[in-house]
Design a protein around this ligand. Sequence first.
Ligand code: THU
Length: 130
Amino acid sequence: MSLIDAARAVRENAYAPYSHFKVGAAIRARSGEVYRGCNVENVAYPEGTCAEAGAIAAMVAAGETELTEVAVIADSPMPVSPCGGCRQKLAEFGRHDVKVTLATTDGKVHETTIGDLLPGVFSAEHMERS
Ligand code: THU
């Protein structure tokens, strides 16, 4: 199964009763294993979590900390764009050249990279003292 098909499948499980906007994310980790996540909303709106965050949490829970490819899908007019927080979360675990495929359920695709999604990323280097 392709990464985007894995994201498409897990999207079906999204819990989005408030936005009605279901998102699925799949990430391939260094081992080759694929981890999936969907958005999980909450009646206390800020407590909801994004699909990308869920996939990253699944990867880390399985003992992996490096992702090598990402796919995100939603039923949107144009390929879904990860929020700012998720861009920083992806950057925590993936190199800047990691491919990110953003897709719509009706087949529109935009390919980008973690680096292009988050120019000027805040990194551990910023906390080093000279
Ligand atoms: N959402 C994601 O899960 N990932 C994205 O990349 C964009 C937004 C979710 C959060 C919320 O549950 C819903 O989409 C509407 O913002």
